[in-house]
Design a protein around this ligand. Structure first.
Ligand code: FMN
Length: 151
C-alpha cells in the first residue's frame, strides 16, 4: 500500500468536499490516505510522506488562506526533491485571480525542487457536478505514485 498525505484548508466547506472526493479516488486505487485539516497539520508531517496532496481555497486577491501560511513557510525551508505533489483548490471566477492558491502552492513545490506530478485541479466553488473529475484526480495521483515507486 502507498501512503498519501492530503492536507486541505476550507472555510465554507467547498475545498473539504473536493478533498473528500479525491480521498475516495485515492482509496479506489488502494492508497492509504491521511487526510487532515491544515489547522491540525504539524509542518513536520511533510517529512514523513513522499506523496502529498495539497488543497486550498483562494482568499484576498488570489492569495493563500492565512491558516495555510505556517505550512507554506515551512515548505520554503525544506528540500522537497524526493517528494511528489498534486495541488487542488476551490475558487470563484468572479475574482480576478481564479484559484491563485493552487498556483502559489505549485510554485513553492517547484521552487523547493519537488515534483508537481499532475496538473492542478481548480474547481469553481463546490464540486457539485464535478465529482467524477475530483475522484479521477485522486485516482490519477495514486497511479503516478505507484508507477514511480514500483520502478
Ligand atoms: C474575501 C474573499 C476573497 C476571495 N478571493 C478569491 C480570489 O482571489 N480568487 C478566487 O478564485 N476565489 C476567491 N474567493 C472565493 C473562495 O475561494 C471560494 O468561495 C471558495 O469556494 C471557498 O472555499 P471553501 O468553501 O473551501 O472555504 C474569495 C472569497 C472571499 C470571501
Amino acid at each position: 500500500m502507498k501512503d498519501v498525505l492530503l492536507v486541505y484548508a476550507s472555510m465554507s466547506g467547498n475545498t473539504e468536499a473536493i478533498a473528500d472526493l479525491i480521498e475516495e479516488g485515492l482509496k479506489e486505487e488502494k492508497v492509504n490516505v491521511t487526510k487532515i485539516d491544515v489547522i491540525d497539520c504539524d509542518p513536520d508531517m511533510l517529512n514523513a510522506f513522499n506523496a502529498i496532496v495539497l488543497g486550498a481555497y483562494t482568499w484576498g486577491d488570489g492569495e493563500l488562506p492565512d491558516e495555510f501560511l505556517d505550512l507554506y513557510d515551512e515548505m520554503a525551508t525544506l528540500d522537497l526533491s524526493d517528494k511528489q505533489f498534486a495541488v487542488f483548490g476551490s475558487g470563484d471566477t468572479a475574482y480576478e485571480i481564479f484559484c491563485g492558491a493552487v498556483d502559489l502552492l505549485e510554485a513553492m513545490v517547484e521552487e523547493r525542487n519537488g515534483v508537481v506530478a499532475q496538473q492542478g485541479l481548480k474547481i469553481e466553488l463546490s464540486p457539485d457536478g464535478e465529482e467524477e473529475e475530483c475522484k479521477e484526480f485522486g485516482r490519477q495521483f495514486a497511479k503516478t505514485v505507484n508507477l514511480k515507486t514500483s520502478v
